[in-house]
Write a protein that binds this ligand. Sequence first.
Ligand code: UT7
Length: 334
Amino acid sequence: MTPSKYSKILGTGSYIPSRTLTNQELEKMVDTSNEWIIERTGIKERRLAKLDGSETCSEMGAFAAKKAMEAANIKPDEIDLILFATVSPDYKLPSTAAVLQQKLGIKNECPCLDIVAACSGFLYGLVIADSMIKTGIYKNILIIGAELLQPFVDWTDRTTCILFADGAGAAVLGRADENDSSKILSSTLSCDGTGDKLLFVPSGGSASPLNKEKLERKEDKLVMEGKQIFKYATRTMMRNSQMALEAAHLSVSDLQWFIPHQANLRIIEYLAKKLEINMEKIIVTVEKYGNNSAATIPIALDEAVRAGKIKRGDKCAMTAFGAGVTSGAVVLQY
Ligand code: UT7
């Protein structure tokens, strides 16, 4: 295939799990309060997936992907590559992308790949897909950000269980030319591996296989240095946003919309202040969905598109940070 000057988002989709967990319910589970959670995080409630197999990571991803393919007007066998961003895969192996392929009725044996970049995963996927479309290797790429974090959360740890949630979002990326009003304009990705233990699951990988003692110590659950992560979040999202905007020859005032990773409303407000972006331009979903990691950005994007907020041609920046510590930003005309 001939190279393409640009890529663009052809369509988006999302899936929000049915169960709502309120702050009041959390008050009964751990020593916390609705007031504390709202003041420190902005979260009022979050969504959790059913654990009966009907809302697995791949199932939620499939729901979101089908909507994205429908919006993009792309048939299953027109997908050339599946990129599935998640840190909560259905299985250690095979990839969740491979599990998803058959659920979408894709029979063309397209390559399938998981991306492990935590909350930055969807943006990592977007950047990989953008470059593969530009080189002409693939025409239509499906990118999913989906998480079923529930099994990895210690529901007795008030410092983490108030934050995390489940959900899925997806987008189909395709070719665009110079005159197209929709196109990805620029992107940056980064990772500072010195922060690899700031947000991690200590055991269950090959470096520390699980045993009875480790399970008793809950080493299969997420641990987080909240304050440190907070600092990384604001620093890395700010730097990546500025770099991507510069590469697109745009300034903050040129943007119609800004979608940051939805981890904590305070992080979003701090970033808005530092970047001098009016909160009205920022898509916020964290208060109702919590932090569903790789799914936050595609869900926020899909909701804003479907609500008629983000329109074709609107200039939009997205930025994320996550365990690793990974980070990135993408600037596009939707
Ligand atoms: O996708 C990446 C995901 N992670 C993040 O984005 C995390 C980023 N960090 C944060 O969002 C915030 O640091 C937290 C929300 C996790 C914590 O907020 P904070 O303002 O940094 O609180 P803190 O850790 O400084 O804790 C203040 C106090 C402590 O009590 P003492 O030591 O002052 O007596 C905590 O023990 O609040 C206590 N605390 C709570 N109290 C009620 C911690 N968690 C809770 C809680 N309810 N859930």
